[in-house]
Design a protein around this ligand. Structure first.
Ligand SMILES: [Zn+2]
Length: 453
């Protein structure tokens, strides 16, 4: 009951902000720059006063006069920095990593942390488990920045026209996509959640029932949906598809657009920066949500990547979530900034579709496809698991984990086994082993999923 009361208040807060943030998408370059400067000053000021860790690092910076150009004087931070200094990075002394970990391992459905915060977890592309704290405003903005680019399809603001959106995504309350959908589910946008971990037949059945105008999904499910349409089993008429989290292959986009005569839009997002981009109305590529974040494309040597070439990594500065200041935070995704203003008319920087986050699917006998979420949801929800690598075996997986404490890994094996069973893998065999080190590739990236050759 308490949850529902708080949630309703949160929905109202979000709904009040939404129209203004949709209007921002048509801002001029000058207006975007002005907002970035102002928001950066406010973030740095808050971090300097309230975060012990940031206060030391921001020593010479004067938040009152700082500009985007000065950001290069601030040393970058990594996920390891965040996880090692979590308690002194966050700006609310009550928030402790140990409590956040407990919260994550216990939640079954969306829940507030310390009255009005949210905690989410993710491995991202580095394979290291991260715990991210969002404040009241930051969580609302996460949702707004994710959906505002789709206002045309959802007819946001038109009270007489509510069309459902289906989200085929993670089922865990500890992941941003499903947690946000749960918090902000309202008459504004009716989001029907379909766990991506369900067998395909069940997903098809649900979609036939919902008949969504907008389908939010991982790109690797597109070809299967097209196939089901061809067979006459999937009968829907979506106006658009919205893909996240994984590389969208040109072939998948093409066949889906042809099948439903619709557009497939791709966005990039991260647990550290929900809604970091919004789709370009012309199709391929995305725009960076520069009114709420600063993204720098960085080369291997730490210098800015020239426009028109691919970066080694990016530094993100989240301007809207003050409780956990992420300032020049490193993410190892490859971004390619495109030159010139986009032909769609947007003044926001456009980038090529991001392909730097490929989680390979495991395909078992009889063409049974198992989504990586079936492994990483339970793994990341276990607080002692720091890093992992999943290697596919003939009818299951061998999982190496680095842990930070005692935990009965047999329980984890059982959960993953039952996930595989639910997907149709018969007699699944899952073995989890504690290791001291997980081998990384030359670039330092961790390959978390190794399919069977
Ligand atoms: Zn555009």
């Amino acid at each position: 009951m308490e949850y529902e009361k708080t949630r309703k208040r949160h929905v109202e807060y979000m709904a009040q902000l939404l129209p203004g943030y949709i209007d921002r998408l048509s801002w001029s370059r000058a207006k975007i720059n002005e907002e970035q400067n102002n928001a950066l000053r406010s973030l740095l000021n808050h971090a300097k006063v309230n975060s012990e860790w940031h206060s030391k690092r921001l020593g010479d910076i004067d938040p009152a006069t700082v500009t985007i150009e000065d950001i290069k004087k601030i040393p970058p931070m990594t996920k390891e920095d965040l996880m090692e200094n979590w308690d002194s990075i966050v700006t609310d002394k009550r928030a402790k990593l140990s409590d956040a970990n407990t919260h994550i391992s216990e939640i079954k459905s969306d829940k507030y942390f310390l009255d009005d915060y949210h905690v989410i977890t993710s491995g991202g592309s580095s394979g290291v488990r991260g715990i991210f704290l969002y404040d009241w405003h930051g969580w609302a903005l996460s949702y707004i920045s994710l959906i505002r680019g789709f206002s045309k399809f959802l007819k946001l603001g038109d009270k007489d026209y509510v069309k459902p959106m289906a989200s085929i995504s993670a089922y865990a309350a500890a992941h941003a996509t499903s947690a946000l959908a749960q918090t902000f589910s309202s008459s504004l946008v009716e989001i029907k959640h379909i766990p991506v971990t369900l067998p395909l037949e069940k997903i098809v059945k649900e979609l036939n029932c919902i008949k969504p105008d907008l389908i939010h999904c991982f790109p690797n499910i597109l070809s299967s949906l097209c196939e089901k349409n061809k067979l006459g089993e999937l009968v829907i008429d979506p106006k658009a598809f919205w893909c996240t989290s994984e590389p969208l292959l040109p072939g998948d986009r093409e066949i889906t657009e042809k099948t439903w005569n619709t557009s497939v839009m791709n966005t990039w997002s991260a647990s550290e920066l929900n809604g970091g981009t919004f789709p370009c109305s012309l199709g391929e590529g995305v725009h960076i949500s520069e009114d709420i974040c600063i993204v720098e494309a960085i080369n291997r040597d730490g210098r800015p990547t020239p426009i028109g070439s691919k970066s080694e990594k990016i530094y993100i500065t989240n301007l809207f979530n003050h409780v956990m200041p992420l300032i020049r935070y490193e993410i190892t995704d490859e971004f390619e900034f495109l030159p010139n203003q986009c032909k769609c008319g947007s003044s926001y920087q456009k980038i090529k579709d991001v392909c730097g986050r490929s989680d390979d699917l495991f395909v078992y006998d009889n063409d049974i496809i198992v989504h990586p979420l079936n492994f990483y949801s339970p793994l990341f929800q276990t607080s002692v698991v720091l890093e992992f690598m999943v290697t596919q075996t003939k009818n299951g997986a061998q999982i190496d984990v680095i842990t930070t404490g005692d935990y009965d890994l047999k329980e984890l094996e059982k959960t993953i086994k039952s996930n595989l069973l639910r997907n149709g893998v018969s007699n699944p065999d899952v073995c989890i082993k504690r290791v001291d080190k997980i081998k990384r590739s030359e670039t330092g990236k961790l390959k978390r999923f190794i399919p069977l050759k």
